[in-house]
Design a protein around this ligand. Sequence first.
Ligand SMILES: CC(C)(COP(=O)(O)OP(=O)(O)OC[C@H]1O[C@@H](n2cnc3c(N)ncnc32)[C@H](O)[C@@H]1OP(=O)(O)O)[C@@H](O)C(=O)NCCC(=O)NCCS
Length: 394
Amino acid sequence: MRDAYIVTSVRTPGCRRAKGAFKDTRPEELLSFILKSAVEKTEGLDPAMIDDVMIGCAFPEAEQGLNIGRIAGRIAGLPETVGGATVNRFCASGLEAIVQSSMRIMTGWSDIAVGGGVESMSFVPMGGNLPRPDADYSRDHADLYVSMGITAENVAFRYGVSRQDQDEFAYQSQMKAAKALEGKLYKEIVPTPAVTFVQQADGTYKKETFLQDVDDGIRADTTVDRLAKLPPVFRAGGSVTAGNASQTTDGAAATVIMSGDMIKKLGVTPLAKLRYYTTVGCRADEMGVGPRYAIPKLLDMAGLAVGDIGLWEINEAFASQALYCIRELGIDKYMDRLNVYGGAIALGHPLGCTGAKLCAQLVNRMKERGVKYGVESMCIGGGMGAAALFELCE
Ligand SMILES: CC(C)(COP(=O)(O)OP(=O)(O)OC[C@H]1O[C@@H](n2cnc3c(N)ncnc32)[C@H](O)[C@@H]1OP(=O)(O)O)[C@@H](O)C(=O)NCCC(=O)NCCS
């Protein structure tokens, strides 16, 4: 099999659902902008050379429906000869899209492909606009459709993750992010046009744009005491709060992937190679445990141990599940390698975008720090986990 090289990996900022900078920016606008940026940042890349575009989206309907993978490519100015698809594996969708594009390179079916992800949780709510669970199946298996917050409560209760530990973990995520923001360390972010509707003198509204260059959910002023005072939001007497859960977020990310032959031909310097990818299934009502099973499966495939991994991007869907997985796997011995510029509790979790966003964060940090192996992993609604191993190109 050939190698799949990650050449460019970028993202928009992540902004708060309904309250943040992208609340009026349609998902096609976010995605087409970041696709265009990824192509423009790739030296020597003529867009007509791209074979296909795969885009992760967890709720591909309404404004992000009708195959946004194709629509956003056209809005981005890619030639009509470049195809586009939408891929759904809920919170791993963006990673799944990058992997499917990479596999096209590995098999020799493509030389240049783009993978990415998008989610506007402002435009399309989590669960979709009109959820219609299967009535017969859900009579006995309602767990498949359970709220993600309840699954986080289940993990906390069943595996003894205390409220205090969840809040401390959330606090650390916010502090790492605040420090990275202050140091302007998020090099993978492309300042992105955000739409705003400005009222005119005659009472009508005019569409205008401004440039958004930071994740707007970071709370540099939070404290463990303030986190401890927040009420549980999913279960009475529970421990999952607005402060120790991932934020609901709008964002998009894109990655350009090439074969070794194409890299040589264009003379581009790759960032990393995608080495392995795997998924697992687990109990739906505690879907947050997914990484605890996906990561060992991935490391076994690669013949590596936890200590060999220099950087981890493990999605913080909830502090309870992230902490459980980290502890079970012994990653808590390497906290200085985990979500080094903050995780989804501080930066947000734009569902279908997240896998592509974590890729951009991971490979760019690997490059900055000269780290050989990096892993991204996440839990997935319905009861799954995914994990991918990237290797730095020397
Ligand atoms: C938990 C959840 C319901 C909270 O939603 P929300 O009420 O819109 O959350 P917000 O971030 O706006 O926070 C609400 C309030 O809590 C307080 N708060 C939140 N985080 C805080 C922090 N770190 N420190 C102090 N106060 C905080 C603030 O008062 C905030 O109000 P403000 O924004 O006006 O300051 C939502 O974030 C959620 O559903 N998260 C999980 C998403 C999910 O399931 N994803 C899929 C995973 S598989």
